[in-house]
Design a protein around this ligand. Sequence first.
Ligand SMILES: Cc1cc2nc3c(=O)[nH]c(=O)nc-3n(C[C@H](O)[C@H](O)[C@H](O)COP(=O)(O)OP(=O)(O)OC[C@H]3O[C@@H](n4cnc5c(N)ncnc54)[C@H](O)[C@@H]3O)c2cc1C
Length: 456
Amino acid sequence: MDAVIAAARAFLGDRLSTAQAIREQHSRGEDQTAPTLPDAVAYVETTEEVSRILALCNQHGVPLVAFGAGTSLEGHVNPVRRGISLDLSRMTSILEVNAEDMDCLIEPGVTRQQLNDYLRDQGMFFPVDPGSVCTIGGMCATRASGTNAVRYGTIRENVLGLEVVLADGRVIQTGGRSRKAANGYDLTRLFIGSEGTLGIITRVRLRLHGIPEAQSAAVCQFPDLAAAVNTTIVTMQSGIPVARIELLDADQMRACIRYSKLEGYRATPTLFLEFHGTEAGVREQAEAVEAIALDHGGEGFAWATDAEARSRLWKARHDAYWAAVNLIPGHRGITTDVCVPISRLAEAIVGAKADADALGQTTCIVGHVGDGNFHQVILFDPNDPAALERAWELDRKIVARGLALGGTCSGEHGVGLGKREFLEQEHGAEALALMRTIKSGFDPKGILNPGKIFRN
Ligand SMILES: Cc1cc2nc3c(=O)[nH]c(=O)nc-3n(C[C@H](O)[C@H](O)[C@H](O)COP(=O)(O)OP(=O)(O)OC[C@H]3O[C@@H](n4cnc5c(N)ncnc54)[C@H](O)[C@@H]3O)c2cc1C
């Protein structure tokens, strides 16, 4: 380890830090795992620096964990075997924007907020919007999505190509600028969702989208959870191209009303909706969804028409996690991430809430329900030693139901440490063995984010 630190310091100077406070900041993400201090943190600024550090770590067999903004929720950035935490948050250049082809080339530390501020005057936007301030490199590595995925896809559908530094320091390019290609194995998609275990992403080429001519947002409240979920199911089965359809259960609404000062709403199950298109198209979509909601006992739409009201609404949605953990002072939360086929969504969500209620456990449900994906923030008292284990037990129960309904343990947050135990059940032993073969082909010495995705 000392040899790697000395050699890296020679070209990074004080951007290679062994300070206690810096190592603590890189000891875990927004998860509830026990923190582990890396031996050192390297703040890199170029692909060449990434390549040199990886070559050094590979030569000496030192573990290396990529770190974007550290917002991941499953222990992804926790350097469980210590070594180097490679911080890419300073690689923030927007290198190209090609308006004619609607694509751009960026460094991995760029955030979607930074990119969208840059693009706004050009009539384009990048739609993938997790509810955190995270890096696009981290989003690629976790296969992230957000409220817009139901219309625009996840990060997987919006990446055209990557530059990646391999474990031994070699640099490769994947994908390209054309919208389609049938030209060999799809390495881009292999790195998307690989959680820093196959290589380090140093450049990302993204698809961009035109800002729609018309946008409108609405809120619809329901007497019970099943009514809100069934409205979503029928909307999706009817093929209405909603841009966003997000569920907040009664507890989550209670939390958001308090935290985000949402006035005029009641703490009952609620859908936040958004429609994109032409003026006529947006009107037509909204009328169709409102009719479905009324059929299910919904109260009709409250419109957020101007841009300011819309952005207040979606800010409240994006702050839902913070609203949830503030519901009981001093409590913390773990977050489930089950995703099921849309036809099974009501069973999954209503069942998950019933499980929590039966245990007397306070939980807040917030969901990208158009994709069949929901999060249940399970609140626990960090001063009660048994409370975290009880929360994990409930999480496992909710995942088990999701899997039994043909779903997945993670729709968007990824595996990290927290979801490793479910992979064999989901994929089968043979497929998991093949994944391990891929891992050892890319990283024979096992230096890249060891201990993640696989149990050992
Ligand atoms: C309040 C809140 C709301 C959230 N909402 C959502 C949501 O709506 N949708 C969603 O998908 N997620 C959500 N998340 C989870 C999290 O924000 C995402 O997983 C995000 O993509 C992580 O990005 P990051 O930059 O913070 O990555 P980090 O946490 O720093 O890293 C995540 C993983 O990616 C790897 N990695 C990071 N950068 C690179 C790179 N350049 N090359 C290779 N590997 C790399 C790391 O090693 C690690 O395994 C939320 C989190 C919070 C706290």
